[in-house]
Design a protein around this ligand. Sequence first.
Ligand SMILES: Cc1ncc(COP(=O)(O)O)c(C=O)c1O
Length: 363
Amino acid sequence: MKEVYNFSAGPAVLPKAVLEQAQSELVNYQNSGMSVMELSHRSSLFETIIQSAETSLRELMNIPDNYRVLFLQGGASLQFTMVPLNLAAGKKACYISTGSWSKKAISEAKKISGVEVEVLASSEDKKFTYIPKIDREDVPQDAAYVHITTNNTIEGTTYYELPDTGNVPLVADMSSNILSVNYNVADFGLIYAGAQKNIGPAGLTVVIVREDLIGKVDVLSSMLDYSVFAKNGSIYNTPPTFAIYIAKLVFDWVKELGGVSKMEKTNREKASILYDEIANSHLFSSPVEASARSINNIPFVTGDKELDAKFNQEALAQGFENLKGHRSVGGMRASLYNAFPKAGVEALVAFMKKFEAENGGSK
Ligand SMILES: Cc1ncc(COP(=O)(O)O)c(C=O)c1O
């Protein structure tokens, strides 16, 4: 099999051990004579899978009992709509704008009648290269929530300190750093994440929500109503069964490796290998303010578009897949999620040194 290092921002690299286990039981799950993909979502075999996925996630994130865990579809993007629909009817919804995904969340919320959207702060003035600070006094205390994107996948920024919102619940799009950095779930009213980075295959979205925040809206389409999924154990309609099964295997893999704190430690080590190289290089630099640099998505540039393109082309030929920066930012971006191996970062750094020696350049 061709060996590559996959730096994709998502769908992203999955643990090989998980893929191999899935392969070994793909055709005949636990001697049932059926694949997981063929199991009824209401069968006891699948019920065990979804319940054990929830139990493992609760254990990994230390999720308090008064939070519900929902396995949904529609990607993180559907949460841009479901969050304001369920939590902010007739109220104000506040946002901190830190990148392309925050902007999308804001623009979707604005489409919902009866919800007043207020952007409390934005880092768009400097192309989202930093995380703006807000004070508790900036937060209207009658707001339904303050929405943040904990890790900005495209721009490569992250929150090192959560904003103080007083009694207003914090809602977090944690798509690109859930399970990779330790958070205290009780600091949030709601957390959501598309699965395709640190959890499993695309097609599954995880929502963790404080019980008292849901079921407040009289009439809501069932498929958009958190309380319907909460009441039905995420099996209101057919859930993405195979994606939930892989997520369960990934949760068990994270547990086996020592849990989220261990992941965070390893992720910090991996990121610092690349950041050290960027700091020491005369060719590569980070476009992101030092205080906000993400350990999960690391953009870097040469400052010359043609040289960036040459780097990307040569890197690809060496088996470094998906290093090209997002089309809105350019340059390069290394996404280093839980399943990305340390050896891959070391190999990238060795390649960067070689490229710099051959192409020179100054910062
Ligand atoms: C932070 C963040 N939010 C939202 C999304 C959108 O996710 P989806 O494609 O699952 O709708 C992404 C996708 O990469 C993301 O990185």
